[in-house]
Design a protein around this ligand. Structure first.
Ligand SMILES: *Cc1c(COP(=O)(O)O)cnc(C)c1O
Length: 452
């Protein structure tokens, strides 16, 4: 039975972000999950060390979330949001406005983080057109940024390996540097931050008349390698956007919903975005719901008689899906009743101390953490920060070893991602860090041993 399924998976599937040759060598099929563990079809259990790709909050098969879906199913599974609404989509919108930064008062739903960002781009673009300033058409994006895999979001992304091949399909955008303290010359966060802000300001001075919006991940660049921005950077970017009349689109898809120890990461710096994309944790990792939140000012620029053609002509078949919205509402209720944000915030220091233990390993170059969003960068030489040869695929090998030892995660190059579900206890965290330590030691020893 299990063998048959494995064969079928190899025969019929094409998996996202996956070289299928790798999959064929290391097939894996999830059968079930409970709490912060998932079980494969052979019955072996694994810690969910990356929250099933940065989504999960309360663990798998959380009773209240399961019930919320069943209860909604007894009413209706789905009806459209085009021109009308439904009960859970309406109630969830109120809740989202309540918990998000004050200036954000309107909710536009979609099904994935990429769509939420794509919608933000279209809103920003059309906003300027609707208010009679159609020359503001361009975007500034951050170097090393990631906002999803649709053509629009790839155009504002800049991770060469993922994005280069699609170059001819993209619209052009300006790219502003992001402070990467570990790899900077000075290694000084303040200097690094100020240099980047200076370059951004020059770009804005020269081009702001043609710029609609700037896009940025909130506090941490996720897919770019878990790059935590130095204090004052995000708020510095906010100030520059305000000064030069450019809308600020903040991507909270990875960082939102308590992941970094605040409900939204922009709260770390009191930043009020003009548009904010959310997804991933919004349903506790259950169903595909995402949303773009924006201000009353932007909303009003689209509000007029139909024949003025100011409508946002965008929508998806499953926008505002009832099952998804119902589970999102229950997820947010649990955030309150179980103090989920404070829980993460409290456990952040414990996790920090646990991760410190990895620092002494001979090939752990940098450990970056904001709340439960962590990256462990493996390097060949800690002194010179020289990376391992790419073809050794040290990050990938290390995560395969972790799998063997009972924990799932995915690397970003040679950065090991560690993003456990919010409910992970100190003991869970300790067990997972122990697995990471052992795997990193074994794999880096193997690789350097072969070379010596
Ligand atoms: C995952 C992610 C996205 C894309 O979300 P999908 O739901 O995968 O489309 C966008 N931005 C950031 C920062 C992300 O981490």
């Amino acid at each position: 039975m299990t063998h048959e399924l494995i064969e079928k998976s190899k025969k019929y599937l094409w998996l996202p972000f996956t070289q299928m040759k790798d999959y064929d060598e290391h097939p894996f099929i999830v059968d079930s999950g409970k709490g912060i563990k998932v079980k494969d079809i052979e019955g072996k259990e694994y810690y969910d060390g990356y929250s099933s790709l940065w989504l999960n909050v309360h663990g798998h098969r959380k009773q209240e979330l399961d019930e919320a879906i069943k209860k909604q199913l007894d009413k209706i599974a789905h009806s459209t949001l085009l021109g009308l609404t439904n009960v859970p989509a309406t109630e969830l919108a109120e809740k989202l406005v309540e918990i998000s930064p004050e200036k954000l008062t309107r909710v536009f739903y979609s099904d994935s983080g990429a769509e939420a960002m794509e919608i933000a781009l279209k809103m920003a673009f059309q906003y300027w057109s609707n208010i009679g300033r159609p020359e503001k058409q361009k975007f500034i994006a951050m170097q090393n940024g990631y906002h999803g895999d649709t053509i629009g979001t790839v155009s504002i992304g800049s991770i060469e390996m993922y994005h280069q091949v699609y170059g001819p399909l993209m619209f052009e955008s300006f790219k502003a540097p992001i402070p990467n303290v570990y790899h900077s010359k000075s290694g000084d966060p303040v200097q690094c931050r100020d240099e980047c802000l200076d370059i951004l300001e020059k770009l804005l001075i020269e081009n702001h008349q043609n710029i609609a919006a700037l896009t940025i991940e909130s506090m941490v660049q996720g897919a770019g390698g878990m790059i935590v921005m130095p204090e004052g950077f995000l708020s510095g970017v906010r100030n520059l956007c305000t000064k030069y009349d450019v809308l600020m689109i903040v991507d909270e898809v990875a960082t939102g919903f308590g992941r970094t120890g605040k409900m939204f990461a922009c709260e770390h710096e009191g930043v009020q975005p003009d548009l904010m994309a959310v997804g991933k944790g919004i349903t506790g990792g259950y169903l595909p719901i995402a949303a773009t939140l924006t201000t009353e000012d932007i909303y009003n620029a689209f509000y007029d008689d139909y024949e003025k053609l100011k409508t946002l002509f965008h929508g998806h078949s499953y926008t505002g899906n009832q099952l998804g919205c119902a589970v999102a509402i229950e997820n947010l209720r649990l955030f309150e009743s179980e103090n989920m944000v404070e829980e993460v915030s409290k456990k952040t220091e414990d996790l920090h101390l646990l991760l410190e233990e990895l620092k002494s390993l001979p090939h752990v170059g940098d450990i970056r953490q904001l709340g439960f969003m962590c990256g462990i960068e493996l390097v060949y030489s800690k002194e010179t920060k020289v990376p391992f040869p790419a073809k050794k695929r040290v990050g990938y090998q290390a995560t395969l070893k972790m799998r063997e030892l009972g924990m799932l995660t995915r690397p970003l190059g040679d950065v090991i991602v560690f993003m456990p579900p919010h409910v992970s206890t100190r003991e869970d965290l300790k067990a997972m860090v122990t697995i990471m330590k052992e795997a990193i030691m074994e794999v880096t020893n193997e690789v350097t041993g072969v070379e010596a």
